[in-house]
Every structure is written in structure tokens, then in C-alpha cells.
Design a protein around this ligand. Sequence first.
Ligand SMILES: Cc1cc2nc3c(=O)[nH]c(=O)nc-3n(C[C@H](O)[C@H](O)[C@H](O)COP(=O)(O)O)c2cc1C
Length: 286
Amino acid sequence: MLLNASGCLDALTAPDVARSLDAFVTKTVTLEPRDGNTPVRIAETDVGMLNSIGLANPGIDRFLTRNLPPLAKLDVPVWVSVGGFAADEYAELCLRLDDHEEVRAVELNVSCPNVESPAETTAEIVGAARLATRKPLWAKLSAAVPDIAEVARAAQEAGAYGLSLINTVRGLALDERTLRPTLGPAIGGLSGPALKPVALAAVYVCHRATGMPIVGMGGVQTGRDALELVAAGARHVALGTVLFADPDAPPRVRAELEDELAARGYSDLDEVYAAAHAEALSTAAT
Ligand SMILES: Cc1cc2nc3c(=O)[nH]c(=O)nc-3n(C[C@H](O)[C@H](O)[C@H](O)COP(=O)(O)O)c2cc1C
């Protein structure tokens, strides 16, 4: 499946782009509306993009009454990304979504690099969400933790169905002239090409640690990038920053992926799934 990364596509202003995906993932929704951070919120760097949107969103009430009904009409499965500041907030959000048949899955944005024990916090959040909804739960993790595999295992044990890997990592851009931070809040989330090796490593170790279904994302620009994430252990791939520059990326990446498979003599993407682990696994088996 090809999806968008949360926050990188507004399906209501670009419905055709959303329809070119296998599922649409919403921007993270919180219980209360949030205005987000002070501008400037986006900056370019040599290796990707910095953003400090700050989870700007209309809040769950308005999301359910205003956003979800038109999203449901797009004829694309909708995954809702939710975020909060405590486990009970995630649970409340999941409860509010549970009755909505049009919501296919919930992505828990648990990318919390600042907490002392990310594994424990993730387990708490996933566990609380698990009790609140029957929907499949995808835990979206940050790679900016000491051991992402440990966090992935904690999410699995707490009842997550899959993992979304990875969220942005913290970065800073300075204005060329003033040497002051370009973004309003100074530090932002780095996305785009620089993230690809980080995402590959996260997918690789989390696949080995859990064997869970993984949506791989981080710097995907081409079919080759998507192929590599699948080889590292991702079942699905999401497009993020690339969608800002190239709204036609979904059909292009699909076509490039087909070409990559054909050029390597594969007939099906399944043959590439977790190929990066093949040797190590066969060694382990002997
Ligand atoms: C402008 C922008 C907004 C984002 N908003 C969210 C968000 O609301 N929730 C979330 O989980 N991730 C958010 N992300 C992170 C992306 O979903 C994705 O994990 C990250 O950008 C890596 O993928 P990419 O390098 O292909 O962009 C955002 C990224 C960008 C660039």
C-alpha cells in the first residue's frame, strides 16, 4: 500500500492526490483545537525541510463534524492520526473515533523524543488506546530515542497492530544574514532526503525486533527509495515531504517501483519484502 505521511497532504484541497493513494492519513488531531506554533513554520535546508507546525488542528469535535464527512466521501480508506499529552487523551480520542465506520485505522502519534522513558510512555498510550477502540492501531514512533526497537516491542506488547516509522528528527536552520533561527520556535522537525538512512535503520531493527506490519516513511522520493524500505521490512510506504514539491509523486513512485522490480527480475513486491534480512535470517536458521 502507498499512503501519505500525516500532515503532508490535505485531502480536502487535493482530493485527486488523496485518491491516488491506497489510504489517506489525516494530520494529527488532538482533543482541543490548536493554533500551532508562531510563524515562520517551514524552512528549507540543503538536505530536506524543517517544520514547526506544532500540531495545528481543529480539535476532535470539529474534525468529526466538519472534516470527516467529506473525507469519507473521497472513497479512500481514512486513517486518523491522533496525538495528546497523556495516555488518557489518546484513549478519549480513540473512543470518539470508535463508532465511525469510515475510519479504517488509528495512527497514534507517540513520537515523543523528550520523555524520560519512551518505551514505558508508548506502552501506556497504546495500552489505553487499545482499551478504547476496536480499530487497528498503528504506533508512529520517533527514531530520536536510545533504542527504537525497545519502543517498538513495548508498542507490540501493549496491543499495537503495526508501526509507522519514522517521524521527523529535530533540526535547526539559521538565517544566512542574521544567523538567527529561521523558524519561529527555533527548533523544528527535519524531513525529506536526510531522513532516509535513519528511516531504513528504524524499519530494519523494528522488523527484526517485532515482525509487525510497518509503514515505512522518511525521505521517500523515488520508487527506489520505496523499494529499499520494503527490503528493510516495511509492508507499506508513505510519502511525506515529496508531496509538497510533486503532487504526482504517488503514480510516479508506483511506476518507478514496478520498473525497479522488473529490472531486478522480481514479479511481485512480496519477493522483496524484508530481503535485507535474508542472509542474516538463513544464518540464524542453520
Ligand atoms: C509539514 C509537515 C507536517 C507534519 N505533520 C505531522 C503530523 O501532524 N503528525 C505526524 O505524525 N507526523 C507529521 N509529520 C511527519 C511526517 O508524517 C513524516 O513522518 C516525516 O515528514 C518523514 O517523512 P518524509 O521525509 O517523507 O517527509 C509532518 C511532516 C511535515 C513535513
